[in-house]
Design a protein around this ligand. Structure first.
Ligand code: HEM
Length: 498
């Protein structure tokens, strides 16, 4: 009798389970047409979404106009989704803006077999031409010296380092892509970098966000028209550079990414592989790597110098460790393991600066039930990296610059799971390895040579840490003094006798 009862109970449970409605992630009630646009400040979306997550939990729905977006918030949830369900959460959302940028070609705004092949190819080629430790180290160190010269020209007077940092970071990608760096005065180079900078701001503007949800608005929005114009001009610059490289292509001497790609285009025999090696994928991949690899690294470096000027005691500790461990010679990547405080400062810079606060929109590649919620295939997903990097349950003082987040009691560097500025999983930043080497070498070399301070008459307290919101978070335009360190006072470098 008890066996029959147990069977009936099991069947009943099964039936009740099967008939349960699928649970949809909660969220604020949307209005017709507007969705939740009244609850989300389009100029500071990441902050609005972070505060909504405190009301609706780690998986919630918001409507940007008619567009439904599932937001993932908090370290545990974002990591669980991107790492444990990497495939399910690993497609890219193909919204109108992303499509306009590269029409589904390249790496960042692409999906399927073409994306897989381009990502694989880029990783391998970047490893051979840049991320392979020795090569990238040489290129970065060479660029550091140009940067130092530029800084020195200001003779300790206050200046805005934003543009020069962007030139330096851009030159590392140029060397990897084209096999050459540009002079900072090169007009085409300047135009490309400046258009990229402006495009970054435009892409994160409220107007362009609106375009994504109401694409018919496009022609009426100046921001969108300017963005498209910048993109077209930069595409043409890139095509011109590639055309010149093609004219002088010698498969025996590959100068960089473009040469390897072009040689592959010529030599491939299988039609299926040829499918992905065409000019559109080449141009879009180059544009993607420039776009993703320049602004992020440059802005992180600008943040790092701003934090040093703002917190002079931390700058003292950085310079003390550098003097003690490295002395006057050039810093090498190898030194990182012996520089725990410096390493912690760079990590804390990336955490607090929170450069890419909302990652880049993902999309589910199949139906998934996640944390009890049903999320159908094709749903737009926003991994809110801000909520990971500022997660109160992970960081002792999430809103303040505190390198101790990455140090144990003995002062050893510690890795933290919630350190996710490069995102995670299938779409994790492709340039993470390169970016880490760049940040380390640029930051340490600059700090070896210069002391960073606010301009005369401005106190550390007055330095503004509020970010300007674009596609990435920039420091508010500001000026700092880069004062050459002297050997007499600090035991570092011989005085400049030139
Ligand atoms: C994607 C951060 C530097 C190339 C991303 C994403 C983030 C990110 C958050 C989005 C991941 C996602 O969608 O979940 C950063 C930061 C950098 C940096 C903080 C520097 C401090 C670089 C560099 C390169 C690069 C130097 C190129 C050499 C890319 C590419 C993608 C990407 C190609 C798209 C990957 C894909 O869709 O498969 N990055 N990035 N990034 N990043 Fe970076």
């Amino acid at each position: 009798l008890s066996g029959t009862f147990a069977t009936l109970l099991a069947i009943r449970l099964l039936l009740s389970f099967r008939s349960q409605p699928k649970l949809v992630p909660p969220g604020p009630r949307p209005l017709p047409l507007l969705g939740n646009l009244l609850q989300v400040d389009l100029k500071r979306q990441h902050e609005s979404l972070f505060s909504l997550s405190k009301t609706y939990g780690p998986v919630f729905t918001v409507y940007f106009g008619p567009k439904k977006v599932v937001v993932l918030a908090g370290s545990k949830t974002v990591r669980q989704a991107l790492i444990n369900y990497a495939e399910e959460f690993g497609d890219r959302d193909m919204n109108p803006l992303f499509y306009d940028l590269t029409e589904g070609h390249g790496i960042i705004f692409a999906n399927g077999e073409s994306w897989k092949e381009m990502r694989r190819f880029s990783l391998t080629t970047l490893r051979d031409f840049g991320m392979g430790k020795r090569l990238s180290e040489e290129k970065i160190i060479e660029e550091c010296h140009f940067l130092i010269e530029e800084f020195e020209q200001h003779k300790g007077e206050a200046f805005d380092n934003a543009k020069i940092m962007t030139f330096a970071a851009s030159n590392i990608i140029s060397a990897i892509m084209f096999g050459k760096r540009f002079e900072y005065e090169d007009k085409v180079f300047q135009d490309m970098v400046e258009r990229d900078l402006e495009s970054n701001l435009l892409a994160g503007s409220a107007a362009v966000t609106l375009y994504n949800f109401f694409p018919w608005l496009g022609p009426y929005l100046k921001a969108w028209r300017d963005l498209m114009r910048n993109m077209d001009i930069n595409k043409q610059h890139t095509r011109n550079i590639i055309a010149k490289l093609k004219e002088t292509l010698n498969p025996d001497i590959c100068r960089g990414f473009v040469d390897v790609f072009c040689t592959r285009m010529k030599n491939l025999e299988h039609e299926t592989q040829k499918l992905h090696y065409h000019d559109d994928n080449l141009v879009s991949s180059v544009i993607n790597l420039f776009g993703a690899g320049t602004d992020t690294t440059a802005k992180t470096l600008s943040w790092s110098l701003l934090y040093m000027a703002k917190y002079p005691q931390i700058q003292d500790q950085v310079q003390e460790e550098l003097s003690r461990v490295v002395g006057v010679r050039q810093v090498q990547t190898e030194d990182r393991k012996n520089l725990p405080f410096v390493n912690a400062v760079i990590h804390e810079t990336q955490r607090l600066a929170n450069i890419v606060p909302m990652a880049i929109l993902h999309q589910t590649s199949k139906d998934i039930t996640f944390q009890g919620y049903f999320i159908p295939k094709g749903t737009t997903v926003l991994p809110l990296l801000t909520s990971v990097l500022y997660d109160e349950s992970e960081w002792e003082t999430p809103n303040t610059f505190n390198p101790s987040h990455f140090l144990d009691e003995e002062g050893n560097f510690i890795k933290r799971d919630a350190f996710l500025p490069f995102s995670a999983g299938r779409r994790v930043c492709l340039g993470e390895g390169l970016a880490r080497v760049e940040l380390f070498l640029f930051f340490t070399t600059l700090l070896q040579h210069f002391r960073f301070t606010p301009p005369p008459g401005i106190s550390e307290d007055e330095l503004d840490l509020k970010p300007v919101v674009g596609f990435t978070l920039h420091p508010t335009p500001h000026r700092l003094c880069a004062i050459r360190r002297q050997c007499q006072s600090e035991g570092i470098f011989p005085p400049d006798t030139s």
